[in-house]
Design a protein around this ligand. Structure first.
Ligand code: SF4
Ligand code: SF4
Length: 275
C-alpha cells in the first residue's frame, strides 16, 4: 500500500483490506507514524527490540588519516582535534567507515533504534514497526517487520511509509502487487506521479484506489488511461467513514456498504495478481 503523501488513506485501506481478507498479515512499515494498530488493536503482542550498529573509534589505534570522515556520505562524522567524532543521530550504519579504516580503529556497538510488535486481531496477524523518535533511518525496523513467514493461504498487506524515499523501496521489495492510494486533488496527483514512477522503476504491477473522491478529477483519470493503470475502486468521502475512523474502529466491520467495497476490491486485486 503506497501513497505519495501522508493522510491519503493508506492505513484506512490497509486495515479494511486485512479485516476483509481475514487470513491476513498486516504489516505497518510506516515506522515513523504507525497507526494501523490503533484500529486493529492487536492482542497478546510480543515486542522485539531492533538494533543498528554505531561506529566507535579506538583513539589508540587511530592515525588521524580522515579516511572514515571522507568516506561517510551522510556527514555523520566530524574531525575534531585530530580525532574523528561520530554523530549517532545521522549515522546510517552503512559500515563504510569501519571498512575503510586502514588501522582497524573503528569497531561497532549495538544501538537500539526501535521495536517491532507482533500481535493478533482475530484472524489478522498484526505486525507494527515503531522507530524511536529522532532516528535517521527506519530501514532496520522495516526489515525486521517484513521478516515474517507467510503461508500459502494468507495475504500479506504492507502499509508503506508515505512518499517515495528509500524506506518505501525497502517496504515494497518483496511485494507481488502495489496498490497506490491517491487523493483526487492537484497535490495528491503530483505526489501520486512520483510513487508511480517508483513502482515503474521497480517493475511492480500496480493499481489505483481513489480515496475521498470520485471519477471527475480528469488529470488523474487521463494519466491512468495513458499509462494503462487500472483504477480498481473509488471510495467517496463520507462523513460516516470519518466518524468510524475517529472512533478508532474499522469501517468494514461496522458498515455493510464499506464491507462490500473492500470485498470487491480484494477480489479485483486477486484477479490482477493472478494475471
Ligand atoms: S580511518 Fe581510522 S585511522 Fe583514519 S581517522 Fe578514521 S579512525 Fe582514524
Ligand atoms: S557507519 Fe556509515 S553513516 Fe555511520 S559514520 Fe560510518 S560511514 Fe558514516
Amino acid at each position: 500500500m503506497l501513497s505519495g503523501k501522508g493522510g491519503t488513506g493508506k492505513t484506512f485501506v490497509s486495515v479494511n483490506l486485512a479485516v476483509t481478507a481475514k487470513n491476513a498479515i498486516c504489516i505497518d512499515c510506516d515506522v515513523e507514524e504507525p497507526n494501523g494498530r490503533l484500529f486493529l488493536k492487536p492482542e497478546e503482542s510480543v515486542t522485539e527490540e531492533v538494533y543498528t550498529k554505531l561506529p566507535q573509534v579506538l583513539e589508540e589505534k587511530c592515525i588521524g588519516c580522515r579516511k572514515c570522515v571522507d568516506s561517510c556520505r551522510f556527514n555523520a562524522m566530524g574531525f575534531i582535534k585530530n580525532s574523528p567524532l561520530v554523530f549517532p543521530e545521522v549515522c546510517h550504519s552503512c559500515g563504510a567507515c569501519s571498512l575503510l579504516c586502514p588501522t582497524g580503529a573503528i569497531y561497532e556497538l549495538k544501538r537500539p533504534i526501535g521495536i517491532v510488535e507482533r500481535g493478533r486481531n482475530k484472524e489478522v496477524q498484526v505486525i507494527t514497526g515503531i522507530l524511536n523518535i529522532g532516528e535517521a533511518s527506519g530501514i532496520p525496523v522495516i526489515q525486521n517487520a517484513l521478516d515474517t513467514k507467510i503461508t500459502e493461504k494468507s495475504i500479506m498487506i504492507i502499509d508503506c511509509p508515505p512518499g517515495s524515499a528509500c524506506s518505501v523501496m525497502e517496504s515494497v521489495q518483496t511485494a507481488d502487487y502495489c496498490l497506490l492510494v491517491v487523493e483526487a486533488t492537484i497535490f495528491g496527483f503530483h505526489n501520486f506521479k512520483m510513487v508511480y514512477e517508483l513502482v515503474s522503476l521497480l517493475q511492480k504491477p500496480c493499481g489505483v484506489v481513489i480515496n475521498k473522491g470520485d471519477y471527475t478529477y480528469y488529470p488523474l483519470i487521463n494519466f491512468c488511461k495513458e499509462n494503462n493503470i487500472t483504477i480498481l475502486c473509488c471510495i467517496p468521502y463520507q462523513e460516516k467513514l470519518a466518524q468510524i475512523g475517529a472512533n478508532g474502529e474499522v469501517a468494514s466491520e461496522k458498515d455493510d456498504e464499506t464491507r462490500m467495497i473492500f470485498s470487491t476490491l480484494l477480489d479485483k486485486i486477486r484477479m490482477e495478481v493472478r494475471e
